[in-house]
Ligand binder design. Sequence first.
Ligand SMILES: [Zn+2]
Length: 357
Amino acid sequence: MSKRSLEMLENVQLDVWDIIDELRFEYQHSSNFGINPTAFSHKNDTGDWVMSCCPNHAETRASFGISKEPPYHTNCFYCGYLGTLDKTVEIAFGLDDGEGIKLLLSDYILEETRAPIDVDGIINDGRERTTIPFLNESELSKFDNSPSKNKWTYDVAMSYLINQRGMTPHTLNTYGIKVDVDNECIVFPQRTRTGELRFLQKRKIGSSYQGAKFINEGSPIKKDILFGLSFINQLRTSKNRIKRVRMVESPLDVMSNYQVGIAAVATNGKILFKNQIRELQLAGVEIVDTFFDNDKAGWDATVQATNALVRAGFIVNQTLYPPQFSRSAKVDSNDLLKLGWLDKLESKPVSLLGYNL
Ligand SMILES: [Zn+2]
């Protein structure tokens, strides 16, 4: 813990309760996921501390406390680990020393509409402005030789996408989907609204893999990223401007909708962040049809996103699953694509759906 990070943390107001939810969500994509898959779950508030499962070892009870007050000390009552929140972020995400504080400041503070502090200035001593780093395009194009490098693994991945998921080669090409044959992953490029490559989302091929199903490479800052939004942004000033999008969870959901002619963006998870809402506005989107997965978590995501979008001034509809799918059945855009129903769904204004907004 550097003295400098401690000073920075002393001066910021963070909502530890909310941050733990986000840590838990993002931790699923961390290379450290295998250390303790339950890390940051079983959250409870003891007054001064928010307790959750420790990211340093496997456990199912909440031994790991994060102080609700600056500078956000952490203390594991099981393993004795002492630290601060920025170090926890580094452990959880496998980041280098000093990166945790940057992630916290840029990702959590910038989201305030009235920025209480000059984050850029703090990070760089006021000398220069910080920009979030992006990946060089060569980090993606290097996978172009995957078919010749390992044809068998490449074919397994493509067979999964085309035969099992119903993707066309045109769709895969449009969204720049690649195969990392060395790590046996399908690669989904995640871009900012303006098209910069922010991170690569890698999904393990098949089901017999060790550790996390998803591995991310590149910047850990993702709260402003919506998969697919860069295409919509490109059309913003053209006569083909897209004002209405379907909001889904995953890149495959986006591509499924694209294939039936519906413009879609993915939140890459179950939480719609304010930074993502701002990017939607900047891309010229005015109407959002929510279409999260049909399970309980997807329903919670629908309510959260609807509230946030309505407050931000969007017209919000909910795209409805066919009535034969109960909420307990896990169904998504890709399943409906394969059934031929994805472009035949009804969307209803949320005002007619009895939302408690
Ligand atoms: Zn511990």
